[in-house]
Design a protein around this ligand. Structure first.
Ligand code: NAP
Length: 231
């Protein structure tokens, strides 16, 4: 049996770190995608101290150059890609006064980042026997549910992550690559100011489940712990 390799973007803290930890505990070799050298190394050290086969991947998902370098230099084989890196875009997200730069910045990380990283790594995923892509979305992106506060950059960014997930799943329907989106729930991280009792480990659970789907598992869906999330 060969060891699987995963890459988690934004894995130096929060839900991404918990996903990396969870993958590592399954014996998967896990790349810690992070843009800051010290924070990345710190995460790799912590995971290695827990017996996990972790390695650092310098990665800023907003940079074409950084993403191309990660694909060329750091990742050789890849079975699982978890697109987790994300930003809220801040607290000025009234749609009627929205600064277009806030929208641009939020989309650049949350949406274009997913596309940049996925497309750069797809050739390696296609060489895997059971490749999986998990896009960490949010139920705030659900047009049907309309949950959470009004966030006119963040929420639509996740709506587009969901839409892209469907586009990828359709394009990759005849391949072994299974692509899905997930919502981790409202989790205590820097992102939420730790204003929740839900732990990053609990938030990581659905991403770990989708990363381990069997070959006949669902494609192009949006899931949380309770099952399918409405679009
Ligand atoms: P977090 O603790 O703020 O972590 C976000 C991670 O993304 C950090 O590692 C951050 O790195 C990284 N990141 C941001 N911009 C990046 C870039 N340009 N390149 C590479 N990495 C970048 O947030 P979290 O709560 O764990 O969120 C993780 C994901 O879950 C996000 O996609 C978020 O939208 C989603 N989510 C979270 C919640 C929640 O309740 N927390 C709910 C629904 C969905 P730095 O340390 O360098 O900033």
């Amino acid at each position: 049996m060969t060891t699987k390799t995963a890459l988690v973007t934004g894995a130096n803290k929060g839900i991404g770190f918990a996903i990396a930890h969870g993958l590592g505990l399954q014996g998967i070799r896990v790349g810690i995608g992070a843009r800051n050298d010290a924070r990345r190394q710190d995460a790799v050290d912590k995971l290695r101290a827990a017996g996990i086969d972790a390695f650092g991947v310098p990665l800023d998902v907003t940079s074409d150059h950084s993403v191309a370098a990660a694909a060329a230099d750091s990742i050789h084989d890849l079975d699982i890609l978890v697109n987790n890196a994300g930003i809220s875009g801040g607290d000025q997200q009234n749609p009627t006064t929205l600064d277009i730069d806030v929208l641009r910045t939020t989309l650049d990380t949350n949406v274009f980042g997913v596309i940049r990283v996925t497309n750069a790594l797809l050739p390696k995923l296609l060489r895997s026997a059971s490749p999986r892509i998990v896009n960490v979305s949010s139920n705030m992106g659900s047009l049907a549910l309309q949950t959470g506060p009004i966030m006119a950059a963040y929420a639509p960014s996740k709506t587009m992550v969901n839409a892209m997930t469907v586009q990828y799943a359709r394009q990759l329907a005849d391949t072994a690559v299974i692509v899905n989106a997930c919502c981790p729930g409202y989790v205590a991280t820097d992102f939420t100011g730790f204003a929740s009792t839900r732990t990053p480990e609990e938030g990581a659970r659905i991403a770990l489940k989708l990363a381990a789907l069997p070959d006949d598992g669902p494609r192009g869906g949006f899931f949380d712990d309770a099952g399918t999330v409405a679009w």
